[in-house]
Ligand binder design. Structure first.
Ligand SMILES: [Zn+2]
Ligand SMILES: [Zn+2]
Length: 264
């Protein structure tokens, strides 16, 4: 059975494990290497199980612990040419690290096939990922996106598990303390996905066969886990779907303090 474990999620750092009990990958290392190892261990995942690190983009909340973690555990790093260049330019990658450009056809790693797709975000060349596990389960992963393009939507459809950004409540953001330029950036096509936009997509995805949803990358300032959860739950229920029969809905917390792992 495949395992999905959100280690950290949100503006203070992002990192997710996908794999089996023995081997798998990390998407992003957005907290320090020490915190990441500690969290992996508390979720009963050995750092030695990680065969590759797949980086969505170069923003600090996705790469803070990348260099130390990849060097210490000798793990190859995969991302877009643009992200790898940006990481080189800002000194995040070192000569000791193995960095590879992830081409559109994807790569096999940790017994899974990992394929990238482009997302719209204010970074060099951001990626979402589509993952086929060894027992042929499909995961689509998309955070840090200003809107859901047709291509992203296609990648999300028919997956077994969808991890989708539910960053902010538009009202909280508009009335909150952020400066105007930042509010504009977050709401733009290269910003972040709101609870509203995320929730409106879920009934459509459920109709294509998606049964598990994980809401991710919640803002600490302009959202709460309960608000994100209730907005999506309401949207799915309004479409006539039943929580027990048709779907499971989870929120990836800032830190996975309970060591929760999803089996699918
Ligand atoms: Zn970002
Ligand atoms: Zn981010």
């Amino acid at each position: 059975m495949a395992r999905f474990c959100p280690l950290f999620s949100g503006s203070s750092g992002n990192s997710f494990y996908i794999g089996s009990g023995e081997s798998g990958i990390l998407i992003d290392v957005g907290r320090s290497a020490r915190q990441t190892v500690k969290m992996l261990e508390s979720c009963n995942i050995s750092p030695g199980a990680i065969q590759g690190i797949f980086v969505t983009h170069e923003h600090t909340d996705h790469v803070k612990g990348l260099r130390v973690f990849a060097e210490k555990h000798c793990i190859p790093v995969y991302s877009s040419a643009g992200t790898l260049q940006a990481l080189e330019d800002n000194g995040t990658v070192s000569a000791k690290m193995t960095c590879r450009v992830l081409e559109a056809e994807g790569i096999e790693c940790g017994g899974m096939l990992i394929r990238p797709f482009p997302i719209s975000h204010d970074c060099a060349e951001g990626f979402g990922f589509k993952i086929n596990t060894s027992d042929d389960r499909k995961v689509a992963f998309a955070t840090d996106l200003g809107y859901i393009s047709e291509q992203v939507q296609k990648e999300l459809e028919t997956s077994d598990l969808v991890v989708l950004e539910s960053n902010h409540d538009v009202g909280m953001l508009q009335n909150g303390p952020y400066p105007y330029y930042l509010k504009r950036r977050i709401l733009s096509d290269v910003g972040h996905l709101s609870n509203e936009v995320c929730s409106q997509m879920l009934p459509h995805l459920a109709a294509t066969g998606v049964t598990r949803f994980v809401l991710a990358h919640l803002s600490g300032e302009n959202n709460t886990p309960d608000l994100a959860y209730q907005t999506s739950l309401c949207s799915l229920k309004m479409a006539g779907l039943s929580q027990q029969m048709d779907f499971e809905l989870e929120v990836a917390r800032k830190e996975n303090l309970t060591g929760k792992i999803l089996l699918f």
